[in-house]
Design a protein around this ligand. Structure first.
Ligand SMILES: *[C@@H]1O[C@H](CO)[C@@H](O)[C@H](O)[C@H]1NC(C)=O
Ligand SMILES: *[C@@H]1O[C@H](CO)[C@@H](O)[C@H](O)[C@H]1NC(C)=O
Length: 822
């Protein structure tokens, strides 16, 4: 026993003299230069470091196991320690944690207490000083530097807490430079004058704003990917206004950091690639710059050019058209019909997917229904708009001045509904002839609720409409919503018709097996050829949702998308009816030695451009924003004239509750076309489609299949092969021999370059599809691609080779707008 104690003592002694694995500093132990304090599970480490090539030393915290060190917190950012003289971190009198240089204390935790204290580094990266009752009396999380870790707060607190009075503001401040952690002039923190929101400022001027807080997400800011699902903890009460984030995947190492080049960046450490991956960066582009389009203006990018339009070009006009015409947006927009504020003469127009206006001067109430909110706004002539920023709660926001920094949300973002005050002559519902605001409101709200159901009902049951009484006001709503609905061609087919057309789903008529079911060829009585997808029966999804979704998807009309002609829903049967494509799919041509001669270069280049146009439509122009997620040669169908049509888009959420759930949890896609971030981490965005498109382009040019992730130790990886040819200036060697005779070398080289740009490892480096179109055209030389990562001779978990599409957002009240994977 005694021996053991001595042995233990020895061990302790040895342990302590190397002093690298302390996890506490008590009044008897110290941390000196070269020592580190490690959190219990070994996640974070506290120690001394020198930033970049600087000779100054700082006390900081970083992730222990990541060699590529990102310092997440600095103690003495204002007081650098030059030279090599000894440094000591220890607990001193009155429980203060102090950093000593020789004998002078150059930094301390500055909160005193009686009795002994201990400093500890926690596994969340928080350095705490606790007293004997284990109560935290000081924590580094209260003094953020330039990095926000999960659980850290932004905001402020002004009352009694932990037995002492203080007022504290949590905000990030950038480093002066990468060599100098001293506070720079950039800050990221909560603006709590009105309803709180985070602002990125340089000095006093606002660079970027994320939108009002909501429990679900930053309004106007949305980040994809199951593992990267951010959740927010928002506290708004008299004593505290704060905001913190968490990430679904507990094990994911992540940071949000404000760098000295005016960007707020979110990074995650990817174990698989042993690298930091940037998840998102704000501002994302010119349109994110604060209030760039001024009052009621919204920003767009077209042909790489930023420009502004009014929120609604029917009801708003530029304040000064002449300035507007020369791209001087400073005047913003005004209502075409000025407000008068006579009783009963005004109402609201709802705009969806909007980044809500600056709330600096907004009024709010945290427990008010949307209806109460509207009524109250209408009662006050100076109230210009109202909204609820958080659909999980009943928050009412009122704006009393012009709406600044609004933005119709673009790729990758969510948004909220905002109700903007309008003169009655601008309201769509006026013809109902009832001035009462209640009715207008009711119609608006009912409209939202009924939209999906009613369109569906109207379209799918068109043939039976005589027996069905429609809800009143429905027509009004349809009219008001958009004009295109009127010329919709979707039909409800009877099962009998389709069974007839396909000879009772005869195996002879089977065209193939797509995601979610078998595909048959058929012919309607009038001679029209159709393709019928018969969905697997065990779908638990309700009929109404299914119909609604089909209708929503079938509104997508573009000549490079396969057209959906209608649907059939009877009993367990759910069928989708498409136009028939006689030439089947692209893979049956390009990878087939006999067929491939039918595709000369002109046809191939046309196909490439057609697919690109279809994707621009899906990603940007359509009313739903769609990420295809399984773009591949097999999903590109060809019509009589070899025009490409993208198929299997937009259906993922339709087919089976289980599958719908699953697709957020498992990676589904096809070998060879999946972007690294999607294959490895399930992070998908339009840039994952861009990656697949790049692969497709290179396949079309070369006639070779990218086998991507299939382990092939001897064989060159396809992308590696393309890259090395490109690098050696031998790109033309890649061209499929069967079309070599018809080649147009500038087009070929341009295509290869675009393909390589699209398969770049970092999603942020990949161009978006409209830029791809420009590059494929003759507009300037594409930039130099970076070398793709020839990665991963490893089996990726691929559950099912089928088509999955994610529907990102809708601007048209279709109820499939399901943004959050919660
Ligand atoms: C918010 O509105 C509700 C309902 O109108 C009201 O009862 C409550 O007092 C309001 N709260 C504040 C702080 O104004
Ligand atoms: C209208 O709102 C403004 C701003 O909050 C307020 O100052 C004013 O008193 C309100 N007027 C009425 C009639 O409630």
């Amino acid at each position: 026993m005694e021996g053991a104690a001595i042995l233990l003592g020895c061990l302790l002694f040895v342990y302590k003299s190397t002093a690298v694995e302390l996890d506490t500093i008590s009044d008897t132990s110290v941390l000196t230069d070269g020592d580190t304090l490690v959190s219990p599970a070994g996640i974070f480490e506290l120690g001394f470091f020198k930033p970049g090539s600087s000779e100054n030393r700082y006390l900081g915290i970083w992730y222990k196991k990541i060699a590529d060190r990102m310092v997440v917190w600095v103690a003495n950012r204002d007081s650098p320690l030059p030279g090599a003289s000894p440094l000591v971190l220890k607990i001193v009198h009155q429980g203060i944690l102090g950093l000593f240089h020789n004998i002078s204390m150059i930094w301390s935790s500055n909160i005193i207490t009686s009795g002994n204290t201990t400093a500890r580094l926690q596994d969340n990266g928080n350095l705490v000083v606790i007293n004997q009752q284990e109560k935290v009396i000081w924590q580094s999380f209260d003094y953020p530097t330039d990095t926000l870790l999960r659980g850290m707060k932004l905001g402020s607190e002004e009352t009694l807490r932990r037995d002492y009075l203080r007022g504290i503001t949590w905000r990030l401040t950038s480093w002066k430079s990468s060599q100098d952690p001293a506070p720079g002039d950039l800050t990221w923190g909560a603006d709590t004058l009105g309803y709180p929101e985070n602002k990125l400022k340089q000095g006093a001027s606002i660079i970027f704003r994320d939108g009002p807080w909501s429990n679900e997400r930053f309004v106007g800011v949305y980040i994809f990917g199951k593992r990267l699902t951010f959740t927010y903890n928002v506290i708004i009460n008299e004593s505290e206004v704060s905001f913190a984030y968490n990430i679904e995947d507990d094990s994911l190492l992540s940071i949000i950091t404000l760098n000295s080049s005016m960007h707020l960046e979110s990074w995650a450490w990817l174990e698989e690639s042993r690298g930091w991956q940037q998840i998102v960066q704000f501002p994302r582009g010119p349109c994110d710059m604060y209030n760039i389009c001024n009052a009621y203006g919204t920003c767009k990018i077209n042909m790489n050019q930023q420009f502004c339009t009014c929120l609604d070009e029917k009801r708003f006009v530029p304040k000064n058209q002449k300035d507007w015409d020369i791209a001087d947006w400073s005047g913003g927009c005004i209502r075409r019909t000025p407000l008068e504020c006579k009783k009963g003469s005004e109402g609201f127009i709802k705009y969806s997917n909007v980044k809500l206006a600056d709330t600096e001067n907004a009024w709010f109430n945290l427990s008010m229904t949307l209806e109460e909110c509207a009524t109250k706004c209408l009662e006050n002539c100076t109230c210009m708009a109202y909204a609820n920023p958080d659909d999980t709660q009943s928050i009412c926001l009122h704006w009393f001045n012009d709406l600044l920094d609004i933005q119709i949300s673009h790729e990758g973002s969510g948004g909220s509904d905002i109700f903007v005050r309008m003169a009655s002559s601008e309201l769509d519902f006026k013809k109902q002839g009832r001035g009462s605001t209640k009715i207008i409101l009711l119609v608006v709200i009912l409209g939202v609720l009924l939209m999906g159901v009613s369109i569906t009902t109207w379209l799918c049951y068109a043939r039976r409409k005589s027996n069905q009484a429609k809800p009143t006001g429905e027509e009004e709503i349809l009219m008001a919503s958009k004009s295109q609905e009127e010329d919709m061609e979707q039909k409800l087919f009877s099962f009998f018709t389709i069974a007839n057309a396909t000879a009772n789903f005869s195996p002879d008529n089977k065209l193939g097996e797509g995601g979610f079911g078998l595909v048959y060829k058929g012919m309607l009585e009038d001679g029209q050829e159709i393709a019928v997808k018969r969905l697997s029966k065990n779908s638990s999804q309700g009929h109404v949702e299914f119909q609604n979704e089909v209708i929503c998807i079938s509104k997508l009309q573009h000549r490079n998308l396969v057209k959906i002609l209608g649907c059939c829903i009877e009993g367990d049967e759910k069928l989708l009816i498409y136009e028939y494509m006689p030439n089947k799919s692209l893979d049956s041509f390009i990878f087939d030695t006999t067929q491939s001669v039918l595709l000369d270069w002109t046809k191939r280049f046309n196909i490439i451009k057609g697919i690109a146009r279809g994707l621009v439509y899906l990603h940007q122009d359509s009313r739903l924003r769609i990420i295809h997620r399984d773009l591949k040669a097999g999903n590109i169908l060809l019509d009589h004239d070899m025009n490409p049509k993208i198929s299997d888009f937009g259906l993922a959420r339709s087919f089976g509750g289980n599958e719908t759930q699953a697709n957020t949890e498992r990676v589904v896609g096809t070998y060879g076309y999946m972007s690294p971030e999607y294959a490895l981490d399930g992070i998908f965005s339009i840039k994952s489609d861009v990656f697949s498109f790049g692969v497709l382009v290179l396949e079309i040019v070369s006639g070779k299949r990218n086998r991507g992730f299939v382990p092939s130790y001897n064989e060159h990886n396809f992308l590696e092969h393309v890259w090395s040819l490109y690098n050696e200036g031998r790109s033309m060697d890649l061209v499929d021999s069967s079309c070599a005779g018809s080649c147009h070398s500038t087009e070929v080289i341009r295509s290869i370059k675009v393909g390589l740009l699209c398969v770049q490892h970092n999603a942020g480096d990949r161009p978006n599809m409209s830029y791809v179109i420009q590059m494929l055209g003759d507009e300037g030389e594409p930039p130099q691609p970076k070398q793709p990562l020839f990665f991963m001779e490893r089996q990726v978990h691929v559950a099912n080779v089928s088509s999955i599409t994610y529907i990102e957002g809708s601007t048209n009240n279709c109820t499939i707008t399901e943004l959050d994977a919660r």
